[in-house]
Design a protein around this ligand. Structure first.
Ligand code: SAM
Length: 464
């Protein structure tokens, strides 16, 4: 059931995505009416958060049961809230926590705070409002005031404004921890928390810095990727676009920290984040490098082979979690991408993919993933890869929790079955009510597996 308006897109982008969902192959299977309904559902579901927060347990540091008990204690610090936590039956290291909401009956206060849409999305996934995210606050706002918080989904609110008449979406109530002047007027604006959210429209416990080392907040499809890669102890694994290291640390955990996990990212401060995460999770098998992965292959035999670039056929497994248009992210109430930006990723992904194939040993495994929903970054890339690299075979994925690939790129039905696409248009949005959490466990799993961010996974093996 929709609570927020559908995602706002530039018209050219909306048309492009509509065409993706109305491509000839898909319309031939579904019919034009069903294809349109699917596209309408997609736009609505993208603006809502997934119905579950998913937390990956670092099984090297603790057991799932122990992490579950500790998380329960954290959650129940919320007064009068009893939120059950479930163990995902197919993912041995994943916990599911329902997101309560939307809470439709919240009373709105006269003191208003407007935040940017990114900050708004974070609030809908359990964050408080940091002062840097605040764009506007009512003139007389004092520390300790009860305030209502709104997201400026069109990006039109001027920083420091006292009122805002543009399009805004109510995302919850909170208590101001700063006065208006402390946020906007002081010479050195105070950093840190600006609004402590007490009644968010979606109640999703904030696990920021909770049980560091034991748990890692990760979207469900992202937590599937490293299982699909299936790394083994003692192997040499490359994660080509790794920051902030969610999947790198998962890979290192799955090999029990025995082997070598090389993580690369082209942005230096993001590489620091990978190192930080590896250190917090106490994983020693990870080596992180700031490097442009399109240049990761060297034919120069004098290369040390320790750090990048690497000679061909250096790795048992390669993960390419590619930079992408990110159109599967949720909640996303407004996307400012132009069509040019949206369609700009395919060539870069192909360069990275070519390097990945070259770096893979014969018999090795390559996993390609994105957090987007377009054909051009997903199924079309698979069709291109199979044509360009006859040495690659598409492989079945374990676990296969999402749906199959989307028709429209000329892949056969058997090939589509080997792909894993998490398609938000298939989600059933649920209203979880704080007073009625009686849903059956099997139903939880079905909901959690379908109501996810948009995501795509393909697995290949290189011929011996
Ligand atoms: N795998 C990460 C995780 O699970 O935490 C998320 C990776 S994110 C989807 C894509 C990353 O690719 C970004 O951090 C970006 O900086 C990086 N990137 C973009 N172009 C790159 C390139 N040419 N070489 C290496 N990294 C690149």
């Amino acid at each position: 059931m929709s609570f927020f308006p559908k995602i706002r897109l530039r018209q050219e982008v909306e048309e492009y995505l509509r065409n993706v969902y109305h491509n000839n192959e898909l319309v031939a299977t579904l019919g034009a009416d069903e294809a349109e309904k699917k596209f309408v559902r997609l736009q609505s579901h993208l603006s809502h958060p997934p119905s579950f927060t998913t937390v990956r347990v670092n099984l090297r540091m603790t057991s799932v049961e122990h992490a579950k008990r500790l998380l329960s204690e954290e959650i129940h610090k919320f007064p009068s809230v009893v939120i059950p936590i479930h163990h995902h039956p197919q993912l041995n290291d994943l916990l599911l926590i329902p997101v309560i909401g939307p809470r439709r009956a919240l009373k709105q206060h006269p003191v208003q705070v407007i935040v940017g849409s990114q900050c708004g999305s974070a609030v809908l996934r359990g964050a408080h409002v940091y002062s840097a995210g605040i764009l506007s606050a009512t003139k007389w706002m004092k520390e300790g005031d009860e305030v209502s918080v709104y997201s400026d989904i069109e990006g039109k609110c001027k920083r420091g404004a006292t009122e805002f008449d543009g399009v805004k979406v109510f995302i919850g109530n909170g208590i101001s921890e700063l006065s208006r002047s402390e946020i906007f007027c002081s010479n050195s604006p105070i950093k840190g928390k600006g609004i402590r959210m007490t009644e968010p429209v979606y109640l999703s416990p904030s696990f920021d810095n909770v049980l560091p080392g034991y748990v890692f907040l990760q979207n469900l499809p992202s937590a599937v990727v490293s299982h699909v890669l299936n790394p083994q102890p003692g192997e040499r694994v490359l994660d080509m676009c790794a920051a902030p290291g969610g999947k790198t640390t998962h890979i290192a955990t799955l090999i029990n920290d025995q082997g070598e996990v090389i993580a690369m990212d082209k942005i230096a401060n993001k590489v620091e984040k990978i190192k930080q995460n590896a250190s917090v999770l106490k994983l020693n098998s990870i080596q992180a490098y700031c490097f442009n992965s399109t240049k990761a292959v060297t034919r120069d035999a004098t290369g040390s082979g320790q750090g990048p670039p690497f000679p061909p056929e250096s790795f048992d497994r390669v993960l390419l979690d590619a930079p992408c248009s990110g159109m599967g992210q949720r909640p996303n109430m407004a996307c400012a991408l132009s069509l040019k930006e949206l369609t700009s990723y395919q060539p870069l992904q192909r360069k990275l993919f070519s390097a990945a194939v070259s770096l893979l040993k014969p018999g090795g495994t390559l996993v390609y993933s994105t957090c987007t929903i377009t054909l051009s970054e997903n199924e079309e890339q698979v069709a291109w890869a199979l044509k360009t690299f006859p040495c690659l075979q598409l492989q079945a994925q374990v676990p296969h929790i999402g749906g199959e690939g989307m028709a429209g790129a000329g892949l056969s039905p058997d090939q589509l079955k080997l792909l894993q696409r998490f398609d938000p248009s298939l989600a059933v949005l649920c209203d979880f009510d704080i007073n009625d959490m009686t849903c059956q466990e099997e139903d939880w799993t079905v909901l959690a597996n379908t109501d996810t961010i948009g995501f795509f996974i393909a697995k290949f093996v290189k011929n011996i």
